[in-house]
Design a protein around this ligand. Structure first.
Ligand code: ACM
Ligand code: ZN
Length: 544
């Protein structure tokens, strides 16, 4: 099936007679990479005798998800009957399918058949089924599902959203609610920015002051509310398990050596000596840093990384590395200067080399890999090289506006893996439209419109060999101005749907005009689920 032809047809129908344009592809986001539609309009009809058939040994969660979807859209409650041969919804764990996140979903006269090699991927296929039923409203209302064959797998293995409870704390139930929504669109990583100048949000048993002092903006303040709070390790395990069932991995981010006022409030002697007695204000981003020449920094972070590595099953720990205020700290510190001299360095930014060598040895000892925000020798073009030579085994994330082409080039040259979070497309803390929320941000209010988010090609249009080190995408939701879950989802949707499609669908399947049409049933479904979203009125043509 030529999807482009389908797009054009759907678009023409939609503009002509909106009510007849709804079909089984009308709410598919991200667009699957291979669809064969029935050209005869044949359907499978569900009824009270339809049963579920599965070979999954531990199927409870995916079967409950399947039942939820069928009950929501058709008010039917099929039960398991593994002897049934027709009128079935079949969930098959199939080890012949080798690739991660590769699934097939077919609908024929016998029923609905889903095949994949893991529960996580079956969950992905169920999200496609959910969207088929959402899109084809007329058939769904009659309990009919049109015949179709979908054979789908992602363009990128890493499809992330980053949330920032360091700036404004999100209770466990809100994080779960956020995971529910991102999982609909096949995002598979949730990076949680757990430490920053505004707060330390994860319990570290070996250093309890990190949360006793670092998790509350007001000394002795309450442990509730947007400014204060932290996740106990037990709560974080609950989040990790909840996410895992929905094919989402939690990646912890512990930001160093900058963005570290919360730890310095708890342990001031980990900063450069001349700043030990300065007030540590947990309310806003300041320019304090961990001291590169303080041995205790490395022993404390060895403990922190050990606990983080034990708690989070992800192979990755994100260690920040962004916006280090080197001139305001290391350049003025006697101990840092001595360390520079011992190493024969001419610039204090070279202290990032021993700093991350020390920290990364803890990461490696604990069997993990590090991700860092990519910093170059200038924060705006022209930039020529990395800020410092990154160790070979780190994955970098491009993020600064206008520097992504350089980051792609340098990571390829230096053989680093790269994740794409270019500010122009994926910074969802930016307003979605001129004059829209938030009321303020740190960046002079650049705007990332929905269309601009959609225009992201994570490969930046480069020849295949020049983009083969790019592993995925990440939408970021820095939360200086995001005070609660409703504002968080408002900033996330609908733009995250655009990023989801950039991460999953091959460029041949992507089409802005068609995406605009598929968006609205998905937005409506989110609203019906109580999700605060922004209505993208600006993309509706002929709006007067
Ligand atoms: C960043 O936005 N500071 C990575
Ligand atoms: Zn220092």
């Amino acid at each position: 099936m030529n999807i482009k032809v389908l797009f054009v047809t759907a678009a023409l129908f939609a503009t002509a007679i909106v009510s007849t344009a709804q079909d089984n592809t009308s709410a598919l986001i991200p667009m699957p990479n291979h669809i064969v539609k029935s050209n005869k309009g044949e359907v499978f009809t569900l009824n009270t005798r339809t049963s579920i058939k599965t070979n999954l040994p531990d199927s409870a969660f995916v079967i409950s998800e399947l039942k939820r979807i069928i009950a929501r859209h058709m008010q039917l409650s099929p039960q398991i009957d593994n002897s049934a041969r027709k009128n079935i919804i079949e969930i098959i764990k199939d080890s012949c399918i080798k690739e991660e996140e590769h699934y097939t979903l077919s609908v024929d006269k016998k029923g609905i058949h889903i095949k994949a090699n893991s529960e996580g991927t079956i969950f992905l296929a169920l999200q496609t089924l959910d969207q088929i039923l959402i899109g084809d409203i007329h058939n769904t209302a009659l309990h009919k599902v049109e015949h179709v064959f979908i054979d789908d797998k992602p363009r990128y293995a890493h499809r992330a959203i980053m949330i920032d409870p360091a700036r404004h704390f999100l209770p466990v139930s809100d994080v779960k609610f956020f995971i529910d929504q991102m999982a609909r669109f096949k995002f598979n990583k949730l990076q949680i920015h757990l430490t920053d100048d505004q707060g330390w949000r994860i319990e570290i048993k070996s250093h309890p002051k990190l949360t006793e002092i670092g998790a509350s903006r007001v000394p002795n303040g309450s442990n509730q509310g947007p400014d204060n709070g932290y996740y106990t390790q037990e709560q974080m395990r609950e989040i990790i398990e909840y996410a895992d069932k929905r094919n989402v991995e939690i990646i912890p981010e512990i930001d160093i050596p900058g963005h570290s006022v919360a730890i310095l409030a708890a342990y001031p002697h980990l900063g450069c000596e001349f700043r030990h007695n300065e007030t540590k204000n947990l309310g806003k981003t300041t320019n304090m840093m961990l001291c590169a020449a303080c041995d205790e920094v490395y022993s404390v972070y060895d403990d922190i990384i050990r606990e983080i590595a034990t708690l989070f099953p992800s192979e990755y720990i994100h260690l920040g590395g962004d916006e280090a205020a080197i001139k305001e700290n290391w350049a003025k510190c006697d101990k840092c200067h001595n360390m520079m001299e011992r190493n024969g360095y001419t610039s204090p930014s070279q202290l990032m080399i021993p700093f991350f060598n020390n920290i990364l040895s803890s990461v490696r000892t604990n069997g993990k890999k590090a991700i860092l925000w990519c910093e170059l020798d200038n924060i705006w073009p022209p930039a020529n090289e990395y800020l410092f030579p990154y160790p070979e085994d780190v994955t970098l994330v491009t993020w600064r506006n206008a520097l992504t082409p350089k980051c792609i080039e340098l990571t390829r040259k230096h053989k680093h893996q790269l994740l794409m979070a270019p500010g122009e497309h994926t910074y969802l803390d930016y307003p979605q439209y001129p004059g829209d929320l938030p009321e303020f941000n740190n960046w002079g209010m650049p705007v990332t419109t929905l269309e601009q988010a959609y225009r992201l090609d994570p490969g930046y249009g480069l020849p295949k060999e020049e983009q083969s080190h790019i592993n995925g995408v990440m939408a970021t939701l820095w939360a200086e101005a995001i005070k609660d879950i409703n504002r968080l989802t408002y900033m996330t949707y609908p733009r995250a749907m655009a990023i989801a499609e950039a991460g999953w669908s091959q460029m041949e399947q992507r089409d802005w005009e068609n995406f605009r049409l598929r968006l609205f049933p998905c937005i409506y479904e989110l609203i019906k689920s109580g999700v605060s979203v922004r209505v993208p009125f600006e993309i509706v043509e002929n709006r007067h």
